[in-house]
Design a protein around this ligand. Structure first.
Ligand SMILES: *Cc1c(COP(=O)(O)O)cnc(C)c1O
Length: 453
């Protein structure tokens, strides 16, 4: 079973040429089907004797794949899309073929070395010191949880046991991503909320205001303050230097969630918004969002990785041979053990095209977003709600009810025109475009806006 026989050799080429086509050709937007429709269309797929690779590939290519919405379509503008480069997508195939175990230096040194090169670049663009380091995890959710576990370990460690049975507190804003609340739930910690300014930004002043209302005991329970470098809903960057100052004054961990917006660190036109990130204890950015890598890939960086290592290293008799020297083991820096070398497609793309191309591509998406804002402002039936700070723009269709927004969203997807979903901002349903694909052009935006009649 482990090797194709002579007859099946052609199947290898079929699979590879499908992969190549899928990466190279423009694919339609496609749309989902119900479980019943898929059951009907796919038939029985798992049988005692197997349906054969040819049939299984056909099933994927002709029946299943077309029911998955094409995330890298230039008019996929919902949620946060993903737009891998050809180099990144193809190299992901190579990474799968090599099946490297990238949890330890012992087993995956070259892969870990290359991942660390990419992490180093991400540390440098944030202004982290030479001793910074981290690991690629599956996504922002895993990255935030792992960073907060390190933060809590640090808090308890410095209390010499005094807080071992004390519930910790995370200070975050109403604009933070849902994964911060989910992390708090998983860790059985409390979240104390900071109200945002009218743009959805967490400021240092508002953070200090909340800290000042806390009892002395509650102040001691705070193990992390989280700011967001590009909120997911509207793409606003928090006052990182102000919030960071609050964290330093309170002597607590400062985490920056830049899962979506971190690409802005390499774009000269918006880099200043991130000033203060250099003082963070940890930060995350998802290359699978706006840095042109395929799913799933989040870079998690720590200013002092030794703390993360103390918090996350797993100890077991059979693992001890991994820890005999000072080797860099990616497993030690997050809540995981086995891991694929998921940073390699990103590294390969970065190495192939160079950082200048990355910078240029991010600026292209920012330019198109600004053009979208201007088109919306000029449109008689639309109203721009906020000028975009990064690459998310929110706006109203004047006079529409929630039902009309949802009906329009369904229609343009069914027509294969675009994927745009409504959002809620300040208790009002409206539309939101998120642009991370350098192939999305002003004409694509005009096409979408043209359907809002
Ligand atoms: C997308 C996002 C996350 C979650 O990332 P996943 O990769 O989907 O787990 C966390 N924080 C922010 C700000 C995000 O935009």
């Amino acid at each position: 079973m482990h090797r194709f026989d002579r007859k099946s050799k052609r199947l290898s080429w079929k699979i590879l040429s499908y992969a190549l086509q899928r990466i190279r050709r423009d694919y339609p937007l496609d749309r989902g089907r119900t479980p019943d429709e898929l059951r009907q269309a796919a038939g029985v797929t798992i049988t005692p004797t197997g349906i054969g690779g040819k049939r299984a590939l056909q099933l994927w290519r002709d029946v299943l794949a077309p029911t998955c919405i094409t995330v890298d379509h230039p008019r996929f503008l919902a949620y946060v899309p993903s737009a891998p480069t050809e180099a990144a997508g193809l190299f992901d195939v190579a990474v799968s073929a090599a099946n490297v175990y990238a949890g330890s230096w012992q087993e995956g040194s070259g892969a870990v070395f290359a991942e660390n090169e990419a992490l180093r670049w991400l540390a440098d663009v944030a202004g982290f010191s030479a001793t910074a380091g981290g690991v690629f995890v599956s996504g922002g959710t895993a990255g935030n949880l792992s960073a907060l576990i390190a933060a809590r370990w640090n808090w308890r460690h410095h209390a010499n046991g005094a807080y071992d049975n004390v519930r910790g507190v995370i200070i975050a804003s109403r604009g933070t991503h849902s994964s911060i609340v989910q992390s708090a739930r998983a860790m059985d910690a409390d979240v104390i909320w900071v109200d945002t300014d009218p743009c959805g930004r967490m400021t240092g002043v508002a953070t200090q205001f909340v800290i000042d209302t806390l009892s002395e005991h509650d102040k001691l329970r705070v193990f992390a303050i989280v700011a967001t470098g590009g909120t997911t809903n509207v793409g606003v960057v928090d006052d990182l230097s102000g919030v960071g100052d609050c964290a330093r004054n309170l002597n607590t961990w400062f985490h920056v969630d830049a899962a979506y917006g971190g690409a802005g660190l390499i774009a000269p036109s918006v880099r200043h918004l991130f000033n203060g990130i250099e003082h963070a204890d940890s930060y995350i950015v998802d290359p699978h969002k706006w840095l042109f890598a395929p799913f799933d890939c989040c870079a998690l960086l720590y200013a002092n990785p030794q703390i993360a290592r103390a918090a996350h290293t797993q100890h077991a008799e059979y693992l001890d041979s991994l820890h005999q020297d000072d080797a860099w083991n990616p497993s030690d820096y997050a809540h995981h053990l086995s891991r694929r070398a998921r940073g390699l497609p990103f590294w390969f793309s970065l190495a192939t095209y160079g950082t200048n191309e990355y910078q240029r591509s991010v600026e292209v998406t920012l330019d198109v977003t600004r053009a979208a804002a201007r088109q919306i402002s000029a449109h008689p039936d639309l109203e721009l709600v906020m000028f975009p700070e990064l690459s998310i723009v929110i706006f109203r269709r004047i006079g529409w009810s929630a039902d009309q927004y949802y009906a329009w969203s369904d229609k343009v997807l069914n027509d294969g025109v675009a994927f745009v979903t409504p959002t809620t901002w300040q208790n009002e349903i409206m539309l939101r475009l998120c642009i991370v694909n350098p192939l999305t052009c002003a004409q694509d935006i005009a096409t979408v806006l043209g359907t809002l009649k």
